[in-house]
Design a protein around this ligand. Sequence first.
Ligand SMILES: NC(=O)c1ccc[n+]([C@@H]2O[C@H](COP(=O)([O-])OP(=O)(O)OC[C@H]3O[C@@H](n4cnc5c(N)ncnc54)[C@H](O)[C@@H]3O)[C@@H](O)[C@H]2O)c1
Length: 366
Amino acid sequence: MNAIRTVGIVGTGTMGTGIATNVTQHGLLVRLFDARPEAASKAIEQAKAFWAKSIERGRMSREQAEAAAGRLAAVDTLGGLVDCDLVIEAIFEEFDLKARLFETLSGLLPARTLVATNTSCLRVSELARHMKRPERFLGLHYFSPAQINPIVEVVRGEATAPETVEAGLAFCRATGKKPITCKDSYGFAINRFFCPYTNEACRLLDEGLATTAEIDAVAEEAVGAAAGPFRVQNLIKPRINLHAIQNLAPLGPFYAPAKSLIEVGEADRQWEIGEVGEIPAERRAVIRDRIRLGVFLAVLQELDEGVAAPADIDMGAREALRFAKPPCALMDELGRSEVERIVAPALARYGLPRPASLDRVGHLAG
Ligand SMILES: NC(=O)c1ccc[n+]([C@@H]2O[C@H](COP(=O)([O-])OP(=O)(O)OC[C@H]3O[C@@H](n4cnc5c(N)ncnc54)[C@H](O)[C@@H]3O)[C@@H](O)[C@H]2O)c1
C-alpha cells in the first residue's frame, strides 16, 4: 500500500480542525471540505493561530509554520478530494448523514483511497455498509484536542482489510500519534472504561456516600488521575459524558447512567465541587474501591472480548486520560485476590459472569 501524502478532511468543526492542524504540521497536504464553506476558512485561521502560539512557545519555527500553511487548503466540493490518499470524515454524529456522505464519496473517490470515520459512538461496521469498498474503510478515533492529544484509536470494522489497518497505523505514526488498534466495540478501548470510571463516581454521589470534592480527591489518588471524575467531566461537559455513557447501554446495566448524571447532563449543567476536608479512612476506602471497580471491571470485560491489548489500554489511559496508574499495570500491582475483592460486589449486583481475564491478573501488562 502506498504511503499517505494527501489527506482530505470532511467536516471542519472542533475535530476536523484539530486533525487538519496535526496532519498538515507533519508534512502532508490537506484538503478541507465542510458543508458550510465559512467553517473550512475558519479551520485554516484556527490552524494558523495554533502555529503562531507554537512559534511563541519555541515549538515551531516561522518557516515551518509558513510551509504548513502552504500545505492546507479548502475545496468547494467533495470532488476536490479525488486526489487524496485518505479521506477522514468528522461531520455531525448522525448515522444517516454519515451514511449518505460515504455513499457519495464511494461514487467519487478512486478505488485506492482509504476512507476513515472519526465517529465516537456509531458502529464502524454498520457505516462500512454504505461504502462501495468496505475493506478500505476504518475508524480513526481522535481525542480532543486532536492537534495535541497523542492517542488515536484505529478501529477495525468487520470488513476492514488488515492492510487498511496497517496503513492507518503507519499514517498515525507518521503524524506523530500513538495509535491503539481496537475492535469495533461500544466505547472502543478507552471510553469503555473512562465512562464507568465517571459513572461509578456519580453512583457514589447518588448513594449519599461522599461529596463530589471527596470523590475527586480519592479518585485522583486511586488511579493517579490529573483531574478527578467530576472535574474532568466539567472540562468535557456532563452532557457530552452522559451521551457517551448512553452509547454503552447495549453492554448491560453496569453501564447504565447514574441518576445524578442524567439530571446534570440533561440540564446541561456543570458539577458543583466544593472544598474538601479530612476524609475518614473508611469513606476513603469505599470511594477508592468503587472508582477502581468502574475501571477494572470494564477493562477485564474488554480484555475478555479482545477489544484491545493490555499495553494499548494502558498507553491510552496514560496518554489520553493522564492516569499515572493505568488499569492493567495497577491490577497487576494489586494482585488477583485484591482485584477479585474489588469487582465481586458488582458481579453479584449485576448478575455478571466472572471475567476470565481475572486469572491473568499479575501478568496482564507483560
Ligand atoms: N468533540 C469531541 O470531543 C470528539 C472527540 C472524538 C470524536 N468526535 C466525533 O467527531 C465528529 C465531529 O465532531 P465535532 O465535535 O468536530 O463536531 P462539530 O459540530 O464541531 O463539527 C462538525 C462539522 O461538520 C460539518 N458538517 C455537517 N454535516 C456535513 C456534511 N454532510 N458534509 C460536510 N460537512 C458537514 C458542520 O458544518 C461542522 O462544521 C463526530 O462524529 C464526533 O462524534 C468528537
